[in-house]
Design a protein around this ligand. Structure first.
Ligand code: HEC
Ligand code: HEC
Length: 269
């Protein structure tokens, strides 16, 4: 029984890995359309047609949103404006700024929360934020506070709020950790245990793999305590909302000490 389960797990991991590697190639040449998923394929073709016009208006439009926001307490990563637009998803970040009042009390004015158990949202993919809120609402991911918050948000407001958080200066760690165990697992995984390297999916610095692929969240620079909490939740099966259970499969062969090392390393990126 266990063997069959492991084989199935391995197949899923491999399938996701192949998809993600295909998507990774896009990062190098974003112009070449190479669909990573049905969703992003749709968006891509739209982008391919509308690209020149969209990119021309993007800087002026987006510059307005982050300008009103207070400075982040941590340094941020520079992301090109047209890439931020892709990462934001379908919502309107300007409309989202006021609507996000509901969230800023906990997640921070600039999307950088003070409480290490409340995730930073600054620079996170818009569609990932929206997916998580809908998962809380549908109890695919459980948390008392977020479940209650999620129940009250309409789809349009959620899209706008999510886009607003994406446009904020992206989360970044204060100091790069020299945790070797964490760094090695993040970059190389452990093939002897079929642990796929984290950066295959989450991108070389944990900032996501590709502006069009919101399936893989930004994790680099996230709070260490929050990261460790989520990794433990995936390991214990308390959180089960990753597609195909991919995160449960990824962490189940890692020790608690290794997860701690990973959280330490990733939070510094
Ligand atoms: C009272 C505090 C509070 C408020 C208000 C709040 N959140 Fe949260 N949020 C949390 C906490 C705590 C978590 C971590 C829950 C967990 O561990 O699963 C969280 C998690 C999240 C996540 C998951 C992030 C990730 O990286 O997976 C998203 C997305 C999110 N909140 C969005 C929102 C949005 C959008 C709003 C406003 C509509 C909001 N939150 C309002 C406390 C809050
Ligand atoms: C095969 C692809 C894949 C690999 C490899 C992978 N992840 Fe993930 N990870 C995902 C996906 C997909 C999600 C989003 C799940 C969801 O939609 O809720 C995720 C979510 C997460 C989250 C939750 C983020 C948040 O904001 O709540 C953390 C933390 C995380 N991964 C850490 C890691 C670490 C550390 C590794 C390496 C040991 C790793 N991941 C390897 C695909 C992957």
């Amino acid at each position: 029984m266990f063997h069959i389960k492991s084989i199935i797990s391995a197949c899923i991991a491999l399938a996701v890995l192949l998809t993600s590697t295909a998507a990774l190639a896009e990062t190098v040449s974003p112009a070449a359309p190479k669909p990573a998923s049905k969703k992003s394929a749709k968006k891509q073709s739209a982008k391919a047609v509308a690209a020149p016009a969209q990119d021309a208006v993007a800087p002026a439009q987006d510059a307005a949103a982050p300008a009103k926001v207070v400075a982040t307490p941590t340094p941020s990563v520079a992301i090109p404006v047209d890439e931020i637009k892709l990462r934001s998803g379908p919502g309107d970040p300007v409309a989202g700024q006021d609507k996000a009042e509901l969230c800023k009390g906990c997640h921070g004015e600039a999307g950088i929360s003070m409480d290490p158990l409340i995730p930073k949202l600054a620079g996170q993919y818009g569609n990932y934020i929206a997916k998580q809120v809908r998962d809380y609402q549908g109890s695919l991911r459980t948390h008392m506070i977020m479940g209650a918050v999620a129940a009250s948000v309409t789809d349009q407001d959620l899209a706008d709020i999510s886009a607003f958080f994406t446009t904020l200066p992206m989360m970044k760690g204060d100091v790069l950790s020299n945790n070797k165990v964490g760094k090695d697992l993040f970059e190389k995984g452990d093939l002897s245990r079929m642990v796929v390297p984290c950066n295959n999916c989450h991108g070389v610095t944990g900032k996501g793999q590709n502006p069009r692929n919101s399936a893989f969240p930004v994790i680099g620079g996230q709070h260490k305590d929050y990261l460790l909490g989520q990794l433990m939740n995936f390991k214990k099966g308390i959180r089960n909302n990753s597609p195909g259970g991919i995160m449960n499969i990824t962490v189940q062969r890692l020790s608690d000490a290794e997860l701690e090392a990973l959280a330490d390393y990733v939070s510094g990126l």
